[in-house]
Ligand binder design. Structure first.
Ligand code: NAP
Length: 252
């Protein structure tokens, strides 16, 4: 087997460890959004493929036999390309998608369908806003300069943050409830903007917002890609891999 793992998530990292332990051939693929990629026990490649055509070329040139889409639930373009490329070439694709978070007692969520709608929700008097979104959407909040924004980023900002009043905190998840509680108290956060990423690694911010009883503008998941097979956990991916390898007669 020669798996291509579309990465950028905790699930991809855990899967890489399991595959290395099982001695199954695989490559992790990163978009290259963050500067420092954590060391991994299997080979990696970095950068876009160049659309569906580029991904097809990569699959063929590298003799990829199976693709696992372990990208973030909001990375819809990459996921779409994976569906199209695997269908064109005729190799199996499995996506691992953690379930979304669900509101619990004590949560005050303002649910929106996209970042533009999230921005509209900040048309309100000055407050301290925690933007837990990743840097690519931050510039959209420029139209509400009355707020103070707290950003949590993996890499330090250069001149790419166009907000007038902001503080960036450089750190990489997973985060703990205590850390987030402390952070939110320190910066007197009044409101959190978050994608509904799901999973455990970044859930602590939702729990901390609940404890401090402030609202969360929650960006809902993009529409499902119905043409692909999906599982929720890395363990299920490993079952699929073992099943596929039995079909190929390469794993006992
Ligand atoms: P996206 O909008 O779906 O993808 C944009 C383009 O980036 C793709 O068309 C592809 O370029 C390239 N790309 C994305 N993921 C790639 C991968 N794993 N390997 C190689 N190329 C990749 O994705 P995004 O939302 O910008 O996210 C980029 C990466 O960050 C993803 O790997 C995702 O898992 C990770 N991430 C995203 C979020 C989020 O909120 N979106 C959060 C955490 C982590 P080509 O068309 O040139 O192939």
């Amino acid at each position: 087997m020669n798996l291509l793992i579309l990465a950028g998530t905790t699930e991809a990292t855990v899967l890489a460890k399991y595959l290395a332990e099982a001695g199954i051939g695989a490559v992790l693929s990163y978009a290259g959004r963050v500067k420092r990629v954590k060391p991994q026990p299997i080979p990696k490649r970095v950068g876009g493929f160049g659309g569906v055509r580029g991904l097809c070329d990569y699959i063929e040139n590298q003799a990829v036999t199976h693709v696992v889409d372990a990208t973030h639930p909001f990375a819809v373009q990459m996921s779409r390309h994976a569906v199209d490329a695997c269908a064109q070439i005729g190799i199996p694709l499995l996506a691992v998608q953690r379930p979304p978070w669900l509101p619990q007692k004590g949560d005050f969520w303002i649910e929106v369908d996209n970042i533009t709608e999230a921005v509209k929700q900040l048309d309100r008097p000055r407050c301290n806003v925690m933007l837990a979104l990743g840097r690519m959407h931050i510039s959209k909040f420029f139209i509400h300069p009355q707020h103070r924004y707290i950003l949590r980023l993996v890499d330090p900002p250069k001149n790419d943050i166009t907000l007038t009043d902001f503080k960036s905190i450089i750190s990489r998840g997973p985060f703990t409830y205590q850390e987030d509680l402390k952070l939110f108290k320190k910066h007197n956060i009044d409101i959190l903007v978050s994608k509904n990423s799901g999973g455990a690694a970044t859930k602590s911010k939702i729990e901390a917002a609940r404890a401090l009883a402030f609202p969360v503008i929650m960006v809902n998941r993009p529409a499902l890609l119905r043409e692909r097979q999906e599982v929720e956990t890395v363990e299920e991916v490993m079952h699929w891999v073992v099943h596929m390898s039995h079909d190929l007669g390469v794993y006992t």
